[in-house]
Design a protein around this ligand. Structure first.
Ligand SMILES: N[C@@H](CCC(=O)N[C@@H](CS)C(=O)NCC(=O)O)C(=O)O
Length: 288
């Protein structure tokens, strides 16, 4: 990568040896597998292959919420995919998600395994499968889906834009940080105005819209993302903070955040989850 402000793009871009930065080593300009690796399969119908990033947390929070609601069919095996080691490029993972990004779900409850990729599709698949966490009335369902798809389109500006240039890029580029801080704050204001009028994003009910948005924007106002709470003055978004605090207090959310987590407090790291008891016996503080 050139730091030269007078960089002139060549006529045809050529991939650099490494772009530097936190994820520079794993970036490639092509899709497809880099190596053969079959995914493990556990005993439950739902097999999740993931990591506890905000996108990964959406799936595990949803599954834990479904179990807490009494949907025993939502029992799942959660397998760890270490994206910094390139495990998302193994052949089995690519079969489950040709886009090589966590989370990926394989629903084996039918006659043929069904792959579900993109966290928003996973949330919608599970909500429809269990008839839960998605309002049944048309206006409520539509509003939930509005916010679900808003999140899928907006969060890349927060993560791939703001977070990348503020926290991960090898150089601090004022133009890029300004551009994406502007957008991150605008998005927080969109949420703040909505949450000033209704308790949850779809209205009065907690739904997959909140589960999709919370790991990103809730994490941001709770000071857990990019060490950027002060920089973005998140204290200003008081309705988002109220909503974020309420969701943070849910026990299913606490459990969902632990699954496939590989950093922070060892008591909060459950690398793999195969049954409910794993939360008591399988965290890293108990194993090490
Ligand atoms: N739109 C996708 C985004 C998933 C995504 O970006 N996952 C990241 C981790 S948060 C990933 O797997 N990155 C690995 C890579 O880019 O190689 C979703 O919501 O499922």
């Amino acid at each position: 990568m050139s730091d030269d402000p007078a960089y002139v793009p060549p006529r045809v871009w050529q991939p650099p040896q490494g772009t530097g930065g936190r994820f520079g080593k794993i970036n490639r300009p092509v899709a497809g597998p880099t190596h053969e690796h079959e995914l493990p399969v556990g005993r439950h119908p739902l097999q999740l292959y993931s990591l506890a990033t905000p996108n990964g947390q959406k799936a595990t929070i949803m599954l834990e919420e479904l179990l807490a609601l009494g949907h025993a069919g939502a029992e799942y095996d959660a397998w760890l995919i270490r994206i910094d080691e390139g495990q998302q490029f193994g052949s089995g993972f690519v079969d489950a998600n040709p886009n090589s990004k966590i989370p990926a779900l394989v629903d084996r409850s039918g006659t043929t395994p069904l792959r579900v990729f993109e966290s928003g599709a996973i949330l919608l698949h599970l909500a429809e499968k269990f008839g839960a966490l998605l309002p049944r009335d048309l206006p409520g369902r539509t509003e939930a889906l509005n916010w679900l798809f808003w999140q899928m389109g907006s969060a890349p500006y927060l993560g791939g834009g703001f977070g990348h240039f503020y926290a991960y890029a090898p150089a601090k580029i004022e133009y890029a940080i300004d551009r994406f801080a502007m957008e991150a704050k605008r998005q927080l204001d969109v949420l703040d105005r909505r949450l000033a009028e209704r308790p949850f994003l779809a209205g009065d009910e907690y739904s997959i819209a909140d589960i999709a948005v919370w790991p990103w924007y809730g994490g941001l106002v709770l000071g857990r993302l990019y060490d950027a709470a002060e920089f973005l003055a998140v204290a200003d978004y008081r309705h988002v903070r109220r909503w974020a605090g309420e969701i943070d207090a849910r026990s299913a959310v606490t459990r969902g955040r632990m699954v496939n987590c590989v950093n922070g407090d060892k008591a909060g790291q459950l690398h793999e989850r195969h049954e409910a008891g794993d939360f008591d016996t399988g965290t890293q503080d108990k194993l090490s």
